[in-house]
Design a protein around this ligand. Structure first.
Ligand code: NAG
Length: 185
């Protein structure tokens, strides 16, 4: 048996060194739950459905939320702001009338269009006037059922009618041969 302090190879890092490195990394890396994040639900939405941008890990001392369209915090792209202190929402130039902000900062989009696809930025304001920014993104795709062409629908209808006609013809044929036979006896 090898003594535990012995190094098996030349130039290998002693286990104490690895432990020190791991503990230093744990100490320096920011706590994952402290980071403000945006979770779009769903990330891919069909046209005409609703999307909710959920806010996670906002600081306890947040007094206001402001949402912007795009990857920027530019007042010209402001959708809506919410003040926790006054419990009021104020709309901006990028407000479409389909967004609702909740007291927890989450933003609901109803009846999304393909133009809604893109980035959305949230800026929180704390009671010490500092702020935090996080960005989320969602994609709106064309509704598949409304995308069916007139030709495709006509094809399906024709196929069904041909099927019904075949079944009817087969039924008539069977009925004819069944009712026809007893008379011949
Ligand atoms: C925030 O509020 C909305 C609406 O009440 C809710 O749907 C959502 O789950 C809440 N939570 C988070 C984390 O945003």
């Amino acid at each position: 048996m090898q003594p535990p302090s012995a190094c098996a190879c030349r130039g290998c890092i002693p286990w104490q060194g690895i432990l020190l490195a791991v503990s230093l990394l744990t100490f320096w890396s920011p706590h994952p739950t402290a980071q403000l994040t945006i979770q779009p639900v769903p990330v891919d939405a069909a046209e005409g459905t609703d999307v909710l941008l959920l806010v996670h890990h906002a600081s306890a001392n947040v007094v206001g939320y402001t949402w912007y369209k795009g990857n920027i915090t530019d007042s010209r792209h402001r959708i809506v702001s919410y003040s926790i202190l006054t419990q009021t929402a104020t709309t901006g130039t990028a407000f479409s009338g389909r967004e609702t902000i909740y007291p927890n900062g989450s933003l609901l989009f109803v009846n999304v269009t393909q133009e809604d696809t893109g980035f959305y930025t949230l800026q929180t304001t704390r009671n010490d006037f500092s702020n935090e920014v996080a960005t989320g993104e969602f994609h709106v795709y064309e509704e598949k059922t409304s995308g069916l062409s007139v030709g495709a629908i006509a094809g399906i209808v024709t196929g069904v009618l041909v099927g019904v006609a075949l079944v009817a013809a087969l039924g008539c044929f069977l009925l004819h041969t069944r009712t026809g036979r007893p008379r011949s006896f």
